[in-house]
Design a protein around this ligand. Structure first.
Ligand code: AMP
Ligand code: MG
Length: 307
């Protein structure tokens, strides 16, 4: 088994693997990632290949501290700096003008780069010891559910990795919020672990609306995404024999009761979906959460998973 506990020795071994161009499964506070040296074009190509991800779908670069931003970004506008100071380490990704030295493979050929500081001691220790920024997308096959536990990383993906550092269950449980800060009008490209309200409060100004098709702004955004292998169906209420997620009292062993708090809901969502999906059901039914701003991230993932 490639899953190893995230001990000091194993983190050191993982750092050596990264420096030699290998791939490592890493825990973060959002979801598990598949990490490569962001400065090594070949290692980055191997990430795309392992995930079966189109090579125009850019990766998020992980750094250990704000001070390392100048290794990946050509320039940091003041609003971006304010967000970084407020939310890093944490589940907020900033899209910034890219440093020309960074391989084009990382950014899918774009002249911007997505970057964040993860709020996880294991990820931070690995970045520091590897002495490289890490390109680390979620450790799932393209379009599939992201893993929130080391054992939920699929065998196919694990086969491409030198090792997986086990850091336990991910605290946030959904991906980071992606904010485009590369031009004057800041906007959210993907809702995530930091809420729109918190981003706006930190900026002291409302965010711009995304005009036109998202695909051009953020090539990785697809209608269908974050999906289990089973069909995900949004319903009002689960029936007694349905398999899925409910807000009420579960009526069989394959129904999980979901928290009514959006952050608590997000933290267990992929874990439960991964667990149900392993039983190869035809459909997973999910009771639709309220359509209110606090539920934006959860609703985004559920809608994409059911598209
Ligand atoms: P993941 O690494 O799987 O969490 O997904 C990263 C997502 O961030 C991509 O699929 C894109 O949608 C978005 N992203 C990454 N880099 C950029 C960029 N330079 N410009 C716009 N969106 C980006
Ligand atoms: Mg992903």
């Amino acid at each position: 088994m490639k899953i190893v506990p995230a001990t000091t020795e194993n983190i050191a071994a993982a750092a050596r693997a990264i420096r030699q161009g290998g791939l490592v499964g890493i825990p973060t506070e959002t979801v598990y990632g598949i990490a490569a040296d962001a400065t090594n074009a070949e290692a980055v190509r191997n990430v795309y290949e392992a995930k079966g991800r189109p090579d125009d779908n850019p990766l998020i670069v992980h750094i250990a501290h704000l001070d390392q931003l100048d290794q990946v970004a050509a320039h940091v506008p003041p609003e971006a700096l304010r967000l970084a100071e407020r939310f890093w380490p944490g589940p907020l990704t900033l899209v910034l003008p890219k440093k020309p030295e960074l391989p084009d493979e990382v950014t899918g050929g774009l002249d911007t780069v997505a970057v964040r500081v993860p709020d996880h001691l294991v990820a931070l220790a690995l970045i520091r010891q590897a002495e490289r920024p890490l390109a680390a997308p979620s450790a799932n096959r393209f379009m599939r559910l992201s893993p929130t536990r080391a054992e939920d990383i699929s065998g196919e993906l694990a086969a491409a990795m030198d090792m997986i550092l086990d850091g336990g269950q991910c605290r946030i449980g959904v991906e980071s919020t992606v904010v485009d800060a590369s031009s004057e009008a800041l906007r959210i490209l993907r809702p995530g672990g930091v809420s729109r309200a918190d981003v706006q409060a930190a900026l002291g100004a409302p965010l711009a609306e995304v005009a036109g098709p998202m695909k051009r702004l953020s090539p990785g955004m697809y209608q269908r995404h974050y999906a289990p292998a089973a069909q995900l169906v949004l319903v009002e209420e689960l029936g007694p024999s349905d398999i899925g997620l409910t807000f009420g009292e579960p009526r069989n062993e394959r129904q999980f009761r979901m928290p009514r708090n959006p952050a608590a809901y997000a933290s267990v969502l992929y874990t439960y979906l991964n667990r149900l999906d392993k039983e190869n059901p035809k459909a997973i039914c999910v009771e639709t959460p309220p359509d209110t701003p606090e539920w934006e991230t959860v609703l985004d993932r559920l809608r994409k998973a059911s598209a």
